[in-house]
Design a protein. Structure first.
Length: 114
């Protein structure tokens, strides 16, 4: 598990995907930790990248930027990309930023993408 006191990151492989599970706050201090995780070589050879926001309490603009970088990186790799829903604050921020219209949002990291 990676992270600091603000954000804990758990990277795990599940069938056809890598799930990057987050717990805590994705803010300016924590964003570089997530960026390092999504750029790790173990994510390169999977069909899908899922960022699990279920245990994230807060996201700021730096966190949004890293989510978009992760999406762009997965597109470069030819991978499917999805976010699982987070707290009400996180879901509202994704909606206000318009990301819920452009990124695939799933209920849980185990949900099958079609």
């Amino acid at each position: 598990m990676l992270g600091d006191e603000h954000l804990q990151i758990d990277v795990r492989r599940e069938r056809d995907r890598v799930v990057v599970g987050l717990r805590g706050e994705l803010d300016l201090l924590a964003a570089p930790v997530l960026q390092a995780a999504v750029e790790s070589p173990e994510i390169d050879d999977t069909e899908m990248l899922v960022i699990d926001l279920q245990d994230v309490r807060f996201v700021d603009s730096a966190g949004l930027r890293v989510i978009l970088v992760a999406y762009e990186r997965s597109q470069q790799r030819g991978q499917a990309f999805a976010l699982s829903r987070g707290s009400a604050q996180v879901d509202r921020l994704l909606s206000i930023a318009g990301l819920d219209e452009h990124l695939r949002i799933i209920e849980s990291p185990d949900e099958l993408l079609v």
